[in-house]
Write a protein that binds this ligand. Structure first.
Ligand code: UD2
Ligand code: MN
Length: 287
């Protein structure tokens, strides 16, 4: 541990900066998962250079970014195994300094994805020093490793073309799925709203926050920003939120007091597993 809280100095004094274009990318990836994706043990065996808790620091160069991956999660174990199996090799080829935090909602009451993302961010920042954060749906698998998980000067929407939506962007202000912000940008918008219980609205709320703060969203080109969504039905405990438009209509007025600065939760457990860190949180219930 270094003075500034970094988990590793990753050879800053002796190694060159990693190249802008990683040298060992494969391009378009052919894959499909059957009913049983690889086990966590198989993921670990397939990724011998992953550190405890699902972290990686490129051995030969200094990564340009330090990235916390936040995956909101509850009872999608098979999706999680597929994601970890698929994502770890890509991120290593991209020469990123990263760690994967799976934020698991305790109990079986209404799901609050946005709150889990705020919690994951705050807990990750206690764990190490990061430049930016990726929020990643557990069921989205990138189809091309030239789609770089690199942070840029504006918030970035990565899941532009998803198979489930016919590889088209459903609407122009969509900011769900896989997104990426710098630490500064995320603080500037006060993180996500904590008020969305059940399915929907929290991503559009984030779009409003970003827009209000004067950012424009960047999207990588369609032929690279492709994802497969693992098949699923709507989860139990994540019913369509019928209040979402009502809450959304006040999103900008609320943003200074609803977000990162007022998120209330209790951490039930934090576990550094071999290929990911699991943070289980009690997020409470709608009041
Ligand atoms: C869309 C958005 C998603 C989110 C959601 C509305 C895209 C591509 N995705 O996803 O980002 O805004 O609509 O809330 O635009 N989850 C669990 N367990 C649960 C419920 C949810 O793990 O019981 C997590 C998991 O990471 C999942 C994510 O929440 O991928 C989004 O839920 P979804 O997959 O049911 O919703 P979907 O596909 O409509
Ligand atoms: Mn989904």
């Amino acid at each position: 541990e270094l003075d500034d809280g970094r988990a590793s100095d990753d050879g800053y004094a002796t190694k060159p900066l990693c190249p802008l274009t990683p040298p060992n990318l494969l391009g378009r990836l052919e894959f499909h998962f059957n009913a049983t994706p690889p086990t966590l043990q198989q993921v670990a065996d397939n990724n011998p250079f992953i550190r405890k808790g699902g972290a990686y620091h490129p051995p030969d160069c200094v990564a340009r970014y330090r990235i916390a991956f936040i995956v909101p999660h509850r009872s999608r174990e098979l999706h999680l195994r597929a994601l970890l199996w698929h994502l770890h090799p890509i991120l290593q080829r991209q020469q990123l300094y990263y760690k994967i935090y799976v934020v698991h909602q305790a109990g079986n009451l209404a799901f609050n994805k946005a709150k889990l993302m705020n919690i994951g961010y705050l807990e990750a920042m206690k764990d190490d020093v990061y430049d930016c954060v990726v929020f990643h749906d557990v069921d989205l698998l990138p189809e091309d490793d030239r789609l770089l998980y690199s942070c840029i000067d504006t918030p970035k929407h990565l899941s532009v073309a998803i198979d489930k939506y016919g590889y088209r962007l459903p609407y122009i202000s969509l900011f769900g799925g896989v997104t990426m912000l710098t630490k500064e940008q995320f603080h500037d918008v006060n993180g996500y709203s904590n008020m969305y219980w059940g399915w929907g609205g929290e991503d559009d709320d984030m779009f409003n926050r970003i827009f209000t703060r004067g950012y424009t969203i960047k999207r990588p080109p369609f032929h690279l920003a492709r994802y497969k969504m693992t098949f699923h039905h709507r989860d139990k405990g994540n019913r369509l939120n019928l209040m979402r438009y009502e809450i959304l209509s006040h999103s900008v007025k609320r943003m200074q007091e609803d977000g990162l600065n007022n998120v209330k939760y209790t951490i039930t457990s934090t576990q550094e597993n071999p290929v990911y860190t699991n943070v289980t949180a009690d997020v409470g219930t709608a009041v």
